[in-house]
Design a protein around this ligand. Sequence first.
Ligand SMILES: Nc1nc2c(ncn2[C@@H]2O[C@H](COP(=O)(O)OP(=O)(O)O)[C@@H](O)[C@H]2O)c(=O)[nH]1
Ligand SMILES: [Mg+2]
Length: 332
Amino acid sequence: MQNKIQELLDHAFGQARKRAEKLPKMKNKFKRVRIEETTKIKAVADALAAGLDKVVEEFPDFSKLHPFYAELFDAIVSVAELKKALAHISDAAEIIKRLKHRKIYEIGSIYRKTETERMSAIRNEFYGRAASVVNDLQGSFGVIENARSKLKEKPEIKFDLPTVIIAGFPNVGKTTILKRLTGSEPEIAPYPFTTKSIKLGYFKLKYEKIQVIDTPGLLDRPMEKRNAIERKAVIAIRHLANAVVFALDATTYSGYRLGEQMHLLKEIMGAFGKIPLIVAINKADLASGEEIENAKKSVKEIGINETVLCGEGIGDEALKEKIMRMIQRKSA
Ligand SMILES: Nc1nc2c(ncn2[C@@H]2O[C@H](COP(=O)(O)OP(=O)(O)O)[C@@H](O)[C@H]2O)c(=O)[nH]1
Ligand SMILES: [Mg+2]
């Protein structure tokens, strides 16, 4: 940031020197100094204002981001802070333009032949003020640079495909379900603007291609365990989901009791609102009849009717069909 600001100043003062050197030689010292100092002020002001305006104009239009990215981006960067930084820079350009007019006017008001030094002093004042206005932008330049580097991260997600999000505690079988649905190893993709990554897979049923996303570290623990950024990251996923599959381990192998899993399930229901939710009661091949019944009963008690029994060799096609039906119902 220091560099960018220094570059801007160096360039502006360099312009002033170049323009002054190119002025025609004049015998009349008073006239020569007046024109020279006015030329320098104009050159510095124009170069600085143009450079600052360019920083603002070239910033990507974040109002055009997909809502998923917009919400995530806001969690990471604070759009309010970014807008403030951009406004700060535009304002600085305006201040410099006004200062230019004022100082040129002051020089123009000098008529005594003895006051050439005064004209140079005014130009110097202008240099000092303009440099200090630009140097004050350090923080705002930092905010913008940071935001710009975040925005460069490329979208990895296919926004045009119906998308299923898998949620549930660690080790309940989320990645296994993704593999079963898609019949392949998931692609690992960076989670935009975050240090996390997500797993992506695709399956086709009839003629429709569906995207499945597993989000390790995001939808796998209760909200109270999260910081503000993680909460927003969770909420942002809402903008992607056409359906949510909540993986529930009917056994205790994952280390999470049914009660804990139900707590997370209720939170996920809250976070995803009206988006269709399917509970995959998983590890049915390992679970006892009683465990399966308990899981089914608890899920029904909180008003969820869409369940599929899953496990090794159990329920793959049923889950696909159900996802398809839920997505179609949603878009119908
Ligand atoms: N027997 C059985 N094991 C399963 C099933 N689903 C997952 N697992 C096993 O449970 C462990 C955790 O599964 P994983 O998909 O990695 O869980 P994740 O952390 O939720 O993604 C792995 O060892 C899986 O092989 C299932 O339906 N039946
Ligand atoms: Mg996993």
